[in-house]
Write a protein that binds this ligand. Structure first.
Ligand SMILES: Cc1cc2nc3c(=O)[nH]c(=O)nc-3n(C[C@H](O)[C@H](O)[C@H](O)COP(=O)(O)OP(=O)(O)OC[C@H]3O[C@@H](n4cnc5c(N)ncnc54)[C@H](O)[C@@H]3O)c2cc1C
Length: 474
């Protein structure tokens, strides 16, 4: 029995408004992740409309020892919203906590409830001539709470950092239903442990984030993206360096896109190929500033060509061209570009120190060629911060069976190479269930043990997202 007994469901209904509890088929829309995989066979979804409702829900769960799986937009890619199969649980959806509580241009902050989407916060910031920097493909559905819980990254980390760097304070509901209001907006505060950081990247294992004070940045009305055909992976580091030299402080995104993935996206989606160059790799670079930057862009491209790093480049000259470049980037993940084939594939969210990116990409491609030659291997992503999404996918029906035979071997081999390069298996998507049993060797046992100690202290009943994130053994 994994759904709570009827009398407990009745308690949720009594404590909350009539829209708040969904069962049976009504719960179904909440039980599919972005790959269309089910996160539970059956579930009770509880959707409070405010923080007090979340606290009431947690109290009922604590009384009856019912586990709680928090859910925002359900766009996470690490199986963080799977329901446990060995004990009764609920899905606690934060989607109805969807209010922007205040916009404070003088402080450069926005306070938003957990269920507000990333895009809604971006738009609210724009309306007061500011920027909310976190941005990624699922922006229209992914929530502030989910972004905080996974310490999401995305396209702009090279300039503005991860979610962690864009959150000033949070409100959270703790395991006994206490509401902790830590929504401070202090730029400096050295008054002890900064407890919000336990919840940022905590994947809902320590409490439910219900609201947050988010940092805004000055507006950058001059924004231009360009796609550069580059001479190879060796060109990446010097090119980023040239961009920083010629357009200091403006490099907002620096993404790697391989030709094979661009061609696929151009074939499948309504986008235009911006360049005819047939180099193996392209860099998508976004520069943004409060002042005109055309001269800096020209100087950067000239220097890149002179140094034989760039073969050709297309600079977006209109909002449509800008949107086209980013539509290509947004469609490159296999959840979009190879939706019908991505199911069996290996999709990595690795990061390595920035000086080891080339070595890492080449190393994965070599391992794939050796162990899984039947599969398509490519890497794309946030190369400016060392976070490469390497993909190894069987993209024909015939490739699936032989691929499944080597899948474990290639996974183990790549994980080993990531650890050898002092990298991480989880750069921005979290650990969830996907990586929980693989990530152990990445850190010394004492580090996992400290995490277990924190978990036991803050959630003694193991109510919050049990089984996620922390390796079970060790
Ligand atoms: C097309 C696509 C592109 C993506 N690109 C990126 C990218 O570039 N960078 C990136 O970082 N991610 C990316 N993602 C992954 C995903 O969007 C992020 O992980 C996002 O942060 C998840 O937000 P969510 O609201 O959907 O959270 P969910 O998927 O609902 O939940 C994610 C985790 O957070 C927990 N959680 C959710 N809300 C709360 C809360 N209020 N309190 C406590 N715990 C909570 C859940 O239990 C789960 O463990 C992408 C996903 C897709 C589908």
């Amino acid at each position: 029995m994994t759904v709570p007994a009827d009398h407990i469901v009745d308690e949720f209904r009594a404590a909350l408004d009539h829209n708040a509890v969904l069962t049976g088929g009504d719960a179904d829309p909440f039980l599919f992740d972005p790959r269309n995989l089910r996160t539970a066979d059956d579930a009770v979804v509880v959707r409070p409309a405010d923080t007090a409702g979340v606290a009431a829900t947690v109290r009922i769960c604590a009384t009856h020892n019912v586990a709680i799986v928090p859910q925002g937009g359900n766009t996470g890619l690490s199986f963080g919203t799977e329901s446990p199969t060995d004990r009764p649980s609920i899905v606690l959806s934060l989607a109805r906590l969807n209010q922007i509580e205040s916009v404070d241009p003088d402080r450069s902050t926005i306070t938003a409830q957990a269920g507000v989407t990333i895009e809604a916060v971006q738009n609210a910031a724009k309306a007061v001539n500011r920027v909310f920097a976190p941005d990624w493909g699922a922006r229209g559905t992914a929530s502030i709470g989910g972004g905080i819980a996974t310490d999401a990254g995305g396209n702009n980390v090279v300039r503005y950092g991860n979610m962690r760097d864009n959150v000033m304070g949070i409100e959270a509901v703790l395991a006994d239903g206490t509401i902790w209001d830590g929504r401070r907006a202090l730029v400096k505060d050295s008054s002890g442990y900064d407890l919000k950081h336990l919840f940022i990247g905590g994947e809902g294992t320590l409490g439910i984030v219900t609201s947050a004070v988010l940092k805004l940045r000055p507006a950058t009305p001059y924004e231009t993206s360009l796609l550069a055909a580059i001479t190879g992976l060796d060109a990446l580091a010097p090119l980023l360096d040239l961009a920083q030299q010629h357009a200091p402080g403006t490099v907002t995104a620096f993404e790697l896109m391989p030709l094979v993935a661009i061609d696929r996206v151009v074939n499948v989606f309504d986008v235009v190929k911006p360049l005819d160059a047939d180099t193996e790799y392209f860099a998508l670079v976004k520069l943004a500033s409060s002042n005109p930057i055309d001269g800096q862009i020209a100087a950067f491209l000239e220097a890149g060509a002179e140094a034989s790093l760039i073969v050709d480049a297309a600079v977006a000259g209109t909002p449509e061209q800008e949107a086209n470049l980013w539509a290509i980037r947004d469609h490159i993940p296999p959840t979009s570009a190879y939706i019908e084939h991505q199911h069996h594939g290996l999709k990595l969210d690795t990061a390595v120190p920035v000086d080891k990116v080339k070595e890492f990409v080449q190393s994965v491609l070599d391992a794939a060629a050796k162990i899984a030659p039947m599969a398509l291997a490519y890497g794309f992503g946030h190369v400016g911060d060392g976070n490469l999404h390497m993909m190894i996918l069987p993209i024909t029906d015939e490739a699936v069976e032989p691929w499944l035979e080597v899948r474990d071997a290639i996974t183990t081999e790549i994980d080993r190479r990531v650890f050898e390069l002092d990298g991480t298996l989880s750069a921005e998507h979290g650990v969830g269930l996907l990586l929980r049993d693989r990530i152990g060797p990445q850190k010394p046992d004492i580090e996992w043990e400290m995490m277990r100690t924190v978990k036991r202290a803050l959630d003694p009943q193991n109510l919050f997202n049990p089984g996620k994130l922390i390796p079970l053994v060790g």
